[in-house]
Design a protein around this ligand. Structure first.
Ligand SMILES: [Fe+2]
Length: 266
């Protein structure tokens, strides 16, 4: 009788583990966010892959890109979790992005700098035709794309990132990893997208007050769209997992940002 109870306990534990902690990592949520701008653009954002801990299939991501046909893909950092050994696992993802034919911009995250061979990772990303922005901007016909390097590692340079000549007719689309860079932001932008906080990943009350994830997280801002003095920003919950390969009441996410032109009455 005792053995039966032990077996039943083990089965219940395994089922609860799978349903509560593993299923949210496999169950992709496509978040759709609307923005007011000066032009019409669709941006698909993928954040925080932590590739050794990503359980969303590449075929699901490919199907989403093919269906959505975005103007741009923004990759907002943490491609690896903590080792160069993940480069080979990352390759098929980068290949998928290249084969999609969508113009893609990327910034690095804090985990990408935990490894020794950061240059190797940068080369790998660029090898697949992805534009890696390190405090750089790209001026297009109707938008300016700005990539601010990671704030958590002190690599950001807002002056350099925003050193383009202001043009009121263009939307300024910013990608970065850590939202805390907004604490120093003094330039106007249409949309800023980032990740880093994983929507808490393990959503237990007060957890983020124990694990210091920065000022915005301490203020209860760790996912979703928010307003800032100089524009609006969005924090993705990410598609992979940091450190432990589990999520609790937070699903993996890919985000579709739709910017729509709003004509203001003169
Ligand atoms: Fe991350």
């Amino acid at each position: 009788m005792t053995l039966q109870w032990i077996l039943a306990g083990v089965v219940i534990f395994l089922v609860l583990w799978e349903v509560l902690l593993v299923l949210p990592t496999k169950w992709l949520k496509v978040e759709r966010i609307g923005w007011e701008g000066k032009t019409n653009k669709k941006v698909l954002q993928i954040s925080d892959l932590h590739i050794r801990h990503m359980r969303i299939s590449l075929s699901e991501i490919k199907a989403l890109i093919d269906t959505e046909q975005p103007d741009y893909i923004f990759l907002t950092g943490d491609y690896v979790d903590r080792s160069e050994k993940e480069f080979e696992t990352l390759r098929p993802f980068l290949e998928l992005i290249q084969e999609s034919g969508v113009e893609t911009y990327a910034v690095l995250g804090n985990h990408d700098r935990y490894i020794k061979n950061v240059e190797g990772l940068e080369d790998l990303i660029k090898q697949y035709g992805i534009h890696l922005l390190k405090n750089e901007f790209v001026e297009k016909e109707d938008v300016v794309i700005v990539g601010v390097d990671d704030y958590a590692q002190g690599c950001h340079d807002l002056e350099k990132s925003f050193s383009f000549l202001g043009d009121d007719k263009k939307d300024v689309l910013v990608l970065t990893h850590d939202p805390d860079v907004l604490l120093e932001m003094k330039k106007p932008f249409t949309m800023l997208v980032c990740g880093h906080l994983h929507g808490k990943q393990v959503n237990i009350p007060y957890f983020f007050k124990i694990a210091n994830m920065g000022q915005l997280a301490q203020q209860g801002i760790y996912k979703g769209k928010h307003d800032h003095t100089h524009g609006s920003f969005y924090i993705s919950k990410g598609v992979g997992q940091s450190r432990w390969n589990i999520r609790f009441f937070v699903r993996s996410e890919v985000t579709i940002h739709s910017i729509r032109s709003v004509k203001k009455d003169s």
